[in-house]
Write a protein that binds this ligand. Structure first.
Ligand SMILES: N[C@@H](CCC(=O)N[C@@H](CS)C(=O)NCC(=O)O)C(=O)O
Length: 212
């Protein structure tokens, strides 16, 4: 199984299936394709129909779109808990994952994930503040119901979908909420998180458009 990803410093969509595969201990080969225009740049359309990453290739079965990849992994490995066992919890996990995929546009556009950025507050829009308030609400409700440490107790696809937000809230100092602190600590304690972060920090490539 091959997972095509972008730069680990910046590629938030790539991070989602990557961390799920790592936490759930599924073996895969990582293929990193840089975003910039270096001389050996591979056109993303040669391996991904949308020209975007992430893209999973499982022996010829190609799946693009982060959430579709996570669904495919849940189908492939029903015993690994990619979604919560309970049907109501699973529905909720899917709902907040879809909300992440289609929403939070202000946060995503103004506050890019950046694994190497020095922490410092940004002057953000009302849209970002409202996105952060909604995330605080989702995380605190989920953690209260599940008891943590992850949104539905054990790490699942919903945590993968929100993983890059942990970085955004921290580096731009966007929240002091208790649930954000507790959840971020649990996420950052994962060896998979630390592996991705270290790889992102080690990348020498800097893209000004992603340096807020
Ligand atoms: N909805 C897609 C978004 C994928 C996406 O936007 N990926 C970005 C990187 S994080 C990308 O490949 N950008 C390359 C480009 O736009 O040239 C998903 O969930 O997988």
């Amino acid at each position: 199984m091959k997972l095509y990803i972008g730069n680990q410093k910046y590629s938030s969509w790539s991070f989602r299936p990557w961390i799920a595969l790592k936490v759930k201990d599924v073996a895969f080969e990582q293929v990193l394709r840089r975003f910039d225009d270096h001389p050996e740049r591979v056109d993303f359309k040669t391996f991904s129909p949308t020209g975007k990453v992430p893209m999973l290739d499982n022996d010829g079965v190609k799946v693009w779109e982060s959430l579709a990849i996570l669904e495919y992994l849940a189908d492939l490995y029903p015993q690994k808990g990619f979604w919560p066992e309970d049907i109501a919890q699973r529905a909720r996990a899917r709902a907040i994952s879809a909300e992440m995929l289609g929403g939070f546009n202000s946060l995503r556009s103004e506050c890019p994930m950046n694994m190497a950025r020095k922490h410092g507050a940004l002057d953000v829009s009302d849209g970002v503040r409202s996105d952060v308030a909604r995330i605080e609400n989702i995380w605190s409700e989920c953690l209260e119901k599940s008891g943590g440490p992850f949104l539905f107790g054990e790490f699942c696809n919903a945590d993968a979908m929100y993983a890059p937000v942990v970085n955004r809230l921290e580096i731009y100092k966007l929240s002091d909420h208790g649930a954000v602190k507790a959840y971020s600590a649990a996420m950052k304690a994962l060896p998979a998180w630390q592996e991705w972060e270290a790889a992102g920090r080690a990348e020498p490539w800097i893209y000004p458009e992603d340096e807020a």
